[in-house]
Ligand binder design. Structure first.
Ligand SMILES: Nc1ncnc2c1ncn2[C@@H]1O[C@H](COP(=O)(O)OP(=O)(O)O)[C@@H](O)[C@H]1O
Ligand SMILES: [Mg+2]
Length: 255
């Protein structure tokens, strides 16, 4: 069974950095076949992982939209489009990466999005773990291109706006009727001074905290040097905490 982890939260809270560290941990601990999905329209997971991706699902969706009416009626459009999506998946050392890319433009995407939904389900079923980096708006999730999320990790920093966005995401996830089995809060860029207070706020809001990732100078420095966070040295305090979170998630998965 595929285990799907989606990461969301306010912009700048560290979703992509945490996604990259999580992917790194999953690859190193050989949990199975890993798919990383960049579902943020402002895609930069590849950069943070230190790899390059040329094409996106969004590009393919445009092609599908342009060609769908010209295809002969007897052709199986689903399998044709599925092959197109497989072309977009890039293979890297230990994991595959799929970038969703731009959201729908003007036009009628219902038909192609319906096809895509089924295709995405099938693609994801080939993997043991899927990690999805999303935006706070839950763009691709709300269009149901990606369904069946086992864990939604909502990232917040020690800011009121980060916490408010987390609350909004919780409401959005339930009002959109997304199939999210579990929602956890991850505290990121936490400094010792604010940890207790932040945990208290989360408790008051009944947001279950699955882990607390410290502010880490290594990450800040890599960012400044334009080096991928995913390539950080072992022993980084943030990476160690992300490893702990991954272990907790995988332990609950097993039960
Ligand atoms: N634990 C951390 N310690 C220090 N800097 C961090 C940490 N997590 C993220 N950052 C930095 O915060 C900034 C925003 O992170 P990013 O992952 O791009 O956020 P998001 O994807 O939520 O917009 C980046 O400069 C990143 O390097
Ligand atoms: Mg991001």
């Amino acid at each position: 069974m595929t285990y799907t982890i989606a990461i969301t939260g306010k912009g700048g809270t560290g979703k992509t950095a945490i996604a990259a560290m999580l992917i790194r941990h999953l690859v190193e601990s050989e949990v199975g076949v890993v798919l990383a999905v960049d579902a943020d329209p402002d895609a930069n997971l590849a950069d943070v992982l230190g790899v390059r991706v040329e094409r996106t699902v969004g590009d393919m969706r445009e092609l599908m939209l342009e060609s769908v009416n010209d295809l002969p009626p007897d052709i199986n459009k689903e399998s044709m489009f599925q092959a197109k999506i497989y072309e977009v998946i890039e293979e890297f050392k230990g994991y595959d990466l799929l970038v969703m890319g731009r959201p729908d433009g003007p036009g009628c995407y219902c038909y192609v999005n319906n096809l895509l939904r089924g295709i995405m389900d099938k693609v994801m079923r080939n993997y043991d773990v899927v990690v999805i980096d999303t935006a706070a708006g839950l763009e691709h999730l709300s269009r149901r291109l990606i369904r069946n999320i086992d864990v939604l990790l909502v990232i917040t920093d020690a800011s009121r706006r980060g916490i408010r966005t987390a609350e909004r995401i919780r409401e959005l996830a339930s009002s959109l009727n997304l199939n999210v089995k579990k929602l956890y809060l991850v505290l990121n860029k936490v400094r010792d001074e604010s940890r207790t207070e932040l945990e208290k706020v989360a408790r008051e809001l009944s947001l279950e905290v699955v882990g607390s990732v410290p502010y880490d100078e290594h990450i800040a420095m890599l960012d400044l040097l334009d080096e991928p966070v995913g390539s950080m040295e072992n022993g980084s305090a943030a990476l160690e905490q992300v490893r702990e979170i991954a272990k907790r998630l995988l332990a609950t998965k097993a039960t």
